[in-house]
Design a protein around this ligand. Sequence first.
Ligand SMILES: NC(=O)C1=CN([C@@H]2O[C@H](COP(=O)(O)OP(=O)(O)OC[C@H]3O[C@@H](n4cnc5c(N)ncnc54)[C@H](O)[C@@H]3O)[C@@H](O)[C@H]2O)C=CC1
Ligand SMILES: CC(=O)C(C)=O
Length: 239
Amino acid sequence: MEADSMSKKVALVTGAGQGIGEGIAVQLAKDGFAVALSGRHLDKVQRVADEIEKAGGEAFAIEADVQYRDQVFDSVQKTVDHFDHLDVFVNNAGIAHVAQICNTKEEDLDRLLDINVKGTFFGIQAAAAQFRKQETPGKIINASSIAGHEGFELLGAYSATKFAIRGLTQAAAKELARYKITVNAYCPGIVLTPMWDQIDEEMGEVNHVAKGESLKQYLQGIALGRGEEPEDVANLVSF
Ligand SMILES: NC(=O)C1=CN([C@@H]2O[C@H](COP(=O)(O)OP(=O)(O)OC[C@H]3O[C@@H](n4cnc5c(N)ncnc54)[C@H](O)[C@@H]3O)[C@@H](O)[C@H]2O)C=CC1
Ligand SMILES: CC(=O)C(C)=O
């Protein structure tokens, strides 16, 4: 454990090896948090942790797959073993899947539900258990989406998971307020991350349009005329 970790606020960010999770972890480190970064691939989260440390921050990389309850609880334990305590848990990890509802395979639906919904559920359980054990306030922040407010064609199953996360966030906020644990969600629009590279490619295959066309079409509907960057979401979470 680093000498000043005990006095620092500590955050754990899931899916922190790229995209929005990476942006949030880097921003929280700049804000003075000691940051634990978890992800399915240790090399990816280790790269981000190394960059945070190089910039003078404190970071700790953990391999954990959020669809498994024991791995989520274990990642909280490893964070506390390393940094002494936990103050903020960011349930960021998630996957997208592009398909018409009528053509969505059961295994793809299961995977979306396991990672996006069950993963977030386990994150809330693990973080709340730790905050209550510490008898301290805590913050849980979940990744929903504009697709959790409005259904998008070809993102039906994904949209369903993001609506679910909003419901879960509201219910958890009511349940945990009595322990001074807040539960909130961020609901971004189009954020330019590897997830959107994948969505654009898969939408292109379904609609037989060239690479970049699906993203272009979505961006045309945005008043600012541009997609968001991970830093835009990170600034909101930081606030
Ligand atoms: N990119 C976008 O336009 C938007 C993204 N979101 C949500 O924000 C979150 C982050 O999205 P992006 O950074 O864009 O995605 P991304 O695909 O670029 O990064 C997601 C990260 O989560 C990790 N991950 C995936 N499954 C995991 C699992 N089972 N266990 C642990 N880690 C896992 C991946 O390895 C990856 O590092 C997701 O929940 C996504 O649904 C919400 C709205 C818009
Ligand atoms: C990936 C995602 O949530 C959107 C709305 O693009």
